[in-house]
Structures are given as C-alpha cells and as structure tokens.
Design a protein around this ligand. Structure first.
Ligand SMILES: O=C(O)CCC(=O)C(=O)O
Length: 309
C-alpha cells in the first residue's frame, strides 16, 4: 500500500515548482542578535516554526527514504536486536530531488552561516533519523566532531522536528560543551565500532578518551542539560562539538519521532584526514570529497549554500 504521504508527493517537475514556491528562510527575520549570542555561549538553541511550511514535504521525503534507503543507511534497532525501528540515513540530498531543493534553496545554509558568523555554509551532509513508537534504542551521548573528518570551529547542525517531540523524548545537550575541545572514542549508534557501512575501527580506540559520564555529571551538578519541547517545523541549531544524546521512543508514545538534520561548515573548516571518522565509510559508498588533507572543505560534495537563491 502506498503511504498517504507519498500519495501527496507531486511528480518531479511539479514538485520542483511546489517547493520553489515555499518562502526561502530569511535569517535576518528568524535569527536575532540575541539568538546568535546565546548560540555562541550555550552551543545549542531552539528556533520556533522556521521550517513549518516544509514539514509535509520533508515527511513525504522521509517516507520515500524509509521505503528505499541509501548506501549508508543503518537500522540501529534491528542491528541491536531490539524492538521498533531506528532508521538513520545520510546524503539524502544526493538521491532525492526534494532534499536537494531543501539543502540548496530553503535558506538553511544562510541561517547556519549567520549563526556561526561565517560568510559561507558548505553542506557537509544531511541525515534522517526516525524512531518509531516502541523503539527503546537511545541515541548515545556523543559529539559530532568526534565522528567527522573536519577541523575548525564553524561547524553546526540544523535538526528539524517533523513530529511533536516532547523534551523527555528529544535531544538534550550539555550546555557549553562546544568549548571542551573534546575528540572522544566513538561507537556506531548500533553499539559496535562499525555497522558494516559506517566504520570507525581504523583507529585504536585506546588512543582516545571515552565519552564522559554525562548522567553522573548532571547528577552531581557539574553539567547542565538543555532541551526543549518541539513542534513540527521547529529546529535545533547546535555546534558539532556539543555533547548530546536522546532516549528511545516508548511504546505508549502517540508520535513517531522523525528528525531531519543538515550539517554545515563555515569559513574556517578544513578536511581532517585522520583515521576513525565517517570518511572511511563515505569513501567506500562513493562519497569521497577528493580533497587533499588540510584543504578547505569547499568541493563538489560540499558546495556553499549560504547565498543560493
Ligand atoms: O535524532 C537523533 O536521535 C540523533 C541526532 C543526532 O545525534 C544529531 O543530529 O547529531
């Protein structure tokens, strides 16, 4: 049976026209100087309703991807042998016209650039997370910097809620952790050091510090958590160095938990060719940036979207 969201998805030329009619987000209208200051100080903020007009389209795209995942897709609950579904896929914008429109023309890049004080916002990749009700799999505490083959401070994500997400089921952040300068030992969200597609085993984990015990830090008062109730179209803006995690989606949840994230690199970001990052799996799946170690991140795989009309 065709999901109703797909039945609502227009054919390709119509889709283009429908999407280009959506207003491009104007950062000056949705991000105040006070927001930028708080983003710099705390490392994560919420903005309300910014991509509300996109929600139905992004939901339809999510259904397409759930039915036809890409080469880097992980199904974490299945890999862990636990119930429910925790779908995690990357580079949707390279395979689906809808997500390409969003990345290139929604204004998300311009928003990220303004937030980071950067002239440019290069799309690093996009990612879909779906936790169906009855999925106990948590999103483990981590920072994204540890997974990514990037160096620099102007690296952030925009995570858009496609369903209502109460704070207790959403992402939480350790306030100010973007200033820790931490590159930690990493695991695939399925639990091991690789998933077959996303491999991190090309580095000796003993060389890296473990993820700090966030729950103990919160209990002792050393860490303060940030988190928000979200409605569809609200977004989380956070630096890649922010320590974050989320619980599962329990069986009694009235909502799915679909989130669409875009990852953005600013002016100071270069390619860090160190082992143990996502670069290994990406290359294998055909997402090689072709850059020399230390080169600016600008390339065909990571175009600048800060000013795309
Ligand atoms: O949505 C999730 O559970 C994971 C999100 C996440 O870790 C991220 O966007 O960096």
């Amino acid at each position: 049976m065709v999901p109703s969201a797909l039945r609502r998805l227009p054919a390709r030329p119509l889709l283009r026209r429908a999407l280009s009619a959506l207003t491009r987000v104007d950062p000056a209208a949705v991000l105040t100087d006070a927001d930028v200051e708080r983003f710099s100080k705390d490392g994560a903020i919420v903005l309300r309703g910014v991509f509300q007009p996109w929600v139905e389209h992004l939901r339809a795209g999510a259904e397409l991807n759930l039915a036809n995942p890409g080469p880097l897709c992980d199904e974490h609950a299945a890999a862990q042998g636990t119930s429910g579904r925790f779908h995690d896929d990357q580079f949707l914008w390279r395979r689906h016209e809808l997500f390409k429109e969003f990345v290139l023309h929604s204004g998300a890049g311009a928003l990220a650039a303004k937030a980071m004080g950067s002239q440019t916002a290069h799309i690093f990749y996009d990612q879909l997370f779906v936790k169906e009700p009855g999925t106990p799999s948590p999103t483990p505490w981590h920072n994204d910097t540890s997974y990514w083959h990037t160096r620099g401070s102007q690296i952030c994500s925009i995570w858009i809620a496609l369903d209502p997400v109460p704070r207790e089921r959403g992402l939480s952040y350790v306030k100010g952790s973007h200033r820790w300068g931490l590159v930690h030992r990493i695991t695939n969200f399925s639990g091991g050091d690789h998933s077959g597609k996303n491999t991190y085993s090309d580095v000796d984990p003993a060389q890296l510090p473990p993820v700090p015990d966030v729950d103990a830090g919160v209990a002792s008062g050393a860490y303060e958590l940030l988190g928000w109730d979200m409605q569809p179209g609200d977004l989380l803006l956070f630096y890649s160095a922010m320590m974050h995690g989320a619980p599962g989606n329990p069986p009694n949840s009235p909502h799915r938990r679909r989130g669409y994230a875009t990852r953005w690199c600013g002016d100071d970001v270069t390619f860090d060719n160190r082992p143990g990052t996502m670069h290994t799996g990406w290359k294998r799946a055909g997402f090689d940036n072709g850059l020399a170690a230390g080169a600016p991140i600008a390339c065909e795989l990571h175009p600048n979207c800060a000013a795309t009309a």
